[in-house]
Write a protein that binds this ligand. Structure first.
Ligand code: AHG
Length: 342
């Protein structure tokens, strides 16, 4: 069988009425920008792109108060520049910028809002471990010509498309627009993304979990108890042994789950309680929840479905539980029972 390129797949999706021409162009442009980010990341030390941003010896800090790596800044610029002039966007918002970026007046505007985390897992860049880009697309409310933060504050159920690109041994794009989750692998010689798995399915049950165990002492009681039961293995209440993995790049951890099942947890803990969680609702939790749900998995905050949350801020953080459906349900029920709401 002839390989199907991303472009052919998008044409097929347009014919089926799953996406319109503008959304198709938007996805194409984001994918093209991600190819450039893949080239930049793969140069490593040879590209002069490792290390921290800030040319004059001062440290560059992003809106989250986090130190920026050079590649964070470069990836952000690649995505902004690629999306400015195509006429498919009303505005975009990035994890790296305080406020939404408007489309310059000299360029045509479209009806979509794009959100992205340009380079997730950036602490892994300098040590040559997989990193990724995460993105999500919303409809710009009718009649809004200069979208502000409030226009982006739509629940995840309103997402028109979401995807991530993992820059690993292979560069892989995983995409949904609400008609299943599909995987494309970058053919580096040809320079195009090729469909490698259509309608990916995450097994409902699993024996593999991902969590940063170093935070254990700060977790809430239900999380302590739940993970304790997984660690107890065969002789514990779950009656089976569980394996553990933690890459510390959400994109890589989620991609493992999308490939062979598993669950990923970044729960609330005493250290991050005030900020609401570690991961960002608009740039990480919502897009990943959409992708995982479309692959038959589940995504919750431990108490509520992530995609039903009404966002209150562009950079809002939330707890994230996602992956194999039955296991996410066990972890969520554990919290709801402790709260007395189940
Ligand atoms: P960042 O992009 O700022 O490096 O954050 C990475 C995120 C996410 O990708 C990952 O799952 C998590 O933070 C890692 O958290 P720990 O540092 O606690 O391991």
């Amino acid at each position: 069988m002839q390989p199907i390129s991303l472009i052919q797949f998008l044409i097929e999706a347009r014919r089926a009425g799953h996406i319109n021409a503008e959304l198709s162009l938007l996805i194409e442009v984001v994918a093209r920008a991600c190819k450039r980010i893949a080239v930049a990341t793969s140069k490593g030390a040879l590209g002069g792109v490792l290390g921290m941003a800030g040319s004059d010896g001062t440290q560059s800090i992003n809106v989250q108060g986090e130190a920026q790596k050079k590649l964070d800044v470069i990836s952000n610029e690649i995505l902004l520049e690629a999306n400015a002039w195509g006429g498919h966007l009303a505005a975009c918002a990035s994890e790296e910028m305080e406020d939404p970026q408007q489309i310059p007046d000299r360029y045509p505007k479209g009806n979509h809002l794009l959100m992205f985390d340009p380079l997730d897992g950036s602490s892994n860049i300098d040590v040559n471990i997989s990193v990724g880009t995460i993105f999500s697309v919303l409809h710009c409310p009718d009649g809004v010509t200069e979208p502000k933060a409030e226009h982006f504050l739509q629940p995840g159920t309103e997402q028109l498309a979401a995807g991530y690109v993992v820059y690993g041994p292979a560069t892989v794009l995983v995409l949904t627009f609400g008609h299943g989750t599909h995987e494309f692998t970058l053919d580096r010689e040809v320079g195009s993304f090729v469909l490698t798995r259509r309608n990916v399915r995450i097994p409902e049950q699993t024996a593999e979990f991902a969590i940063n165990m170093s935070n254990q002492r700060h977790w809430q009681a239900p999380m302590q108890r739940y993970i304790g039961e997984l660690l107890a293995g065969k002789s514990g209440p779950r009656g089976k042994d569980f394996n553990m993995r933690w890459v510390a790049s959400m994109v890589a951890d989620v991609h493992r789950i999308v490939t062979r099942g598993g669950v990923f947890y970044y729960p609330l803990d005493a250290e991050i309680e005030k900020q609401g969680g570690k991961l960002r609702l608009m740039y990480e939790a919502n897009p990943m929840a959409f992708i995982v749900e479309q692959a038959g998995g589940a995504a919750s905050t431990g108490r509520q479905r992530i995609m039903e949350l009404q966002p209150t801020g562009l950079h809002q953080r939330v707890p994230v539980f996602l992956g194999s459906k039955d296991e996410v349900e066990v972890a969520t029920n554990c919290h709801l029972q402790a709260d007395g709401t189940h």
